[in-house]
Design a protein around this ligand. Structure first.
Ligand code: AMP
Length: 509
């Protein structure tokens, strides 16, 4: 394998995509166009979106399903639809070593429906309610909020036709977004059943034919292949034509109309912010009746919808399952949801935030600390830098991590059977019996949570210790002089270990 040089990339604020730079002599490997890394410091946003998905799934009784990322290409041709952009232009499709036509999944619904049929879930109590979270792949033109690898969380309920299910699914997607502090408006429409849609398509084509000269090239193709998608066009030249196009709601038959009215009635009852939007048609072949999208409140044209879904009553049958198996579902684009969370600047809990740092000085202390850490990590949120010998560097790291307490184990403590406990807020430290450290930590952390983070332990020893120490201001907290080794209970024996003080490690998040 040729030796490649990997370079550090400049990051744009708020994204994880490396800016492309002209190579300077050395070959560099960077991410594929439209694909990006999600770095540790961004995980808190992603975890929030994922946790919100899991919470709603549990609240409404949906079970997690994981389907393969690779499926037979036919799955998507049959379900998503031959004439759709996804299947026609965007799938990463290839022939594998065995000559099979394979595609990297562009969306989640077909895999879930295949699984429903393949595993005989028709025999379970209906509806079968499943959800997924994972990456999807589409070879689209990368732009703001549009990637070639993106993440979706999706919910599918198979085997129920009633409008309560539609309303509840709409509500669930809204709740996931809303619980994350994002202001969203649901856009709702009904595209009827195949019968009423045929009538509508005729009327739509008749209207568009009168305006064909002014249409964009894409719309001319849509007229031939997928007329419903004409209403999806965002080209300014087509917008005006779209304005006066016939509306599907006028073509719904009685059953479809009744179903849709019930959905809206439930949404009203739930006080859900929704807008009736006759332009929402969703691009895929399998949708019928209720269709919906989630738009951020400020995204008035739905240019970057946060998610969408609808009913797909015919899909199970098309894919070889039992006739007339109704279904409904939606998916959310997590990249866009995460970007909204980030914009909202809501304070996110740091997922790697430790409470306690365990520092050590001297070889025997290091060995004892290694063992102690194994005990403490089970009950406390811990951090350490055992690879560092400098106490100063360890304390600087503890300070950077904003831990509540630092435990310090030096040679003196090892021989005395004690350990130093330093309260990082008040910069107070005291000597604790080594065997009582777990109980002490538990007690103090409890006090912390009940006392808005202030836990100054004012014993005679610490008062005395404090009065003899120099202090450093580290921004939001004061830390005592750390190169006065006696402060850490180790006496002169610590000196050799605490040399110049290497820089705190940057790998801790
Ligand atoms: P769809 O499967 O096309 O109905 O998309 C559902 C949601 O997934 C959209 O509303 C977007 O939030 C998200 N999404 C779809 N395609 C992309 C993409 N290429 N990049 C990022 N998010 C996407």
């Amino acid at each position: 394998m040729p030796k490649q040089q990997l370079k550090k990339h400049t990051m744009e604020k708020g994204t994880q995509e490396p800016k492309k730079r002209a190579p300077r002599g050395k070959k560099e490997i960077i991410t594929i166009t439209g694909m990006r890394d999600i770095l540790p410091q961004d995980q808190k946003y992603w975890q929030a979106a994922i946790n919100s998905t899991h919470k709603i799934a549990a609240d409404y009784g949906y079970g997690l399903i994981e389907t393969p990322i690779l499926e037979y290409t036919d799955l998507y041709v049959k379900s998503t639809g031959k004439g759709t952009d996804i299947v026609e232009k965007e799938m990463f499709a290839f022939m594998d070593q065995g000559g099979d036509h394979i595609s990297v999944r562009p969306e989640g619904t077909p895999g879930v429906v295949r699984a429903y049929i393949q595993h005989g879930m028709i025999n379970l109590p209906q509806p079968v309610k499943m959800y997924y979270i994972g990456p999807m792949f589409r070879h689209e033109k990368p732009q703001n909020g549009r990637y070639r690898q993106f993440f979706q969380s999706g919910f599918e309920a198979i085997g129920e036709a009633g409008p309560t299910l539609d309303a509840q699914l709409i509500l669930m997607g809204y709740n996931i977004i809303n619980d994350l502090g994002i202001d969203a408006v649901v856009q709702v429409n009904s595209i009827g059943c195949t019968v009423c849609r045929e009538e509508y398509k005729k009327a739509l084509l008749k209207y568009y034919k009168q305006h064909s000269k002014a249409l964009c090239e894409n719309c001319l193709t849509r007229m031939a292949k997928n007329p419903m998608r004409l209403l999806d066009c965002k080209e300014p030249s087509c917008e005006a034509i779209k304005e006066n196009a016939p509306q599907i709601l006028d073509y719904l038959d009685d059953e479809c109309k009744k179903h849709f009215m019930k959905v809206l009635e439930y949404l009203d009852e739930l006080n859900l912010p929704y807008a009736l939007n006759p332009r929402i048609v969703r691009g895929l072949d399998y949708y019928n009746r209720t269709v919906f999208e989630y738009w951020a409140a400020e995204d008035l044209e739905g240019k970057t919808a946060l998610g969408g879904g609808g009913r797909f009553d015919g899909l199970v049958e098309v894919m070889g399952g039992r006739e007339k198996t109704p279904a409904c579902g939606f998916s959310l684009g997590l990249d866009r949801v995460v970007s909204k969370i980030r914009e909202s600047e809501v304070l996110m809990e740091e997922i790697y935030q430790p409470d306690i740092f365990l520092a050590q000085l001297g070889e025997s202390a290091k060995k004892k600390a290694l063992v102690l850490y194994e005990k403490l990590r089970k009950d406390f949120k811990m951090s350490q830098a055992f690879y560092k010998d400098s106490l100063k560097a360890q304390l600087e790291q503890a300070n950077k991590l904003k831990v509540k307490y630092t435990l310090i184990l030096g040679q003196k403590e090892v021989s005395d059977g004690t350990i130093m406990l330093r309260d990082m807020n008040g910069a107070v430290q005291e000597v604790i019996d080594f065997n009582k450290i777990e109980a002490e930590l538990a007690k103090r952390l409890e006090k912390y949570s009940g006392d808005e983070g202030v836990a100054v332990i004012d014993t005679e020893e610490t008062k005395a210790a404090m009065s003899s120490k120099k202090k450093h201001d580290y921004g939001d907290r004061v830390v005592e002089e750390t190169n006065d080794f006696q402060d850490f209970g180790g006496g002169a024996s610590f000196g050799g270990d605490d040399a110049a003080g290497d820089a705190p490690a940057s790998g801790d998040y």
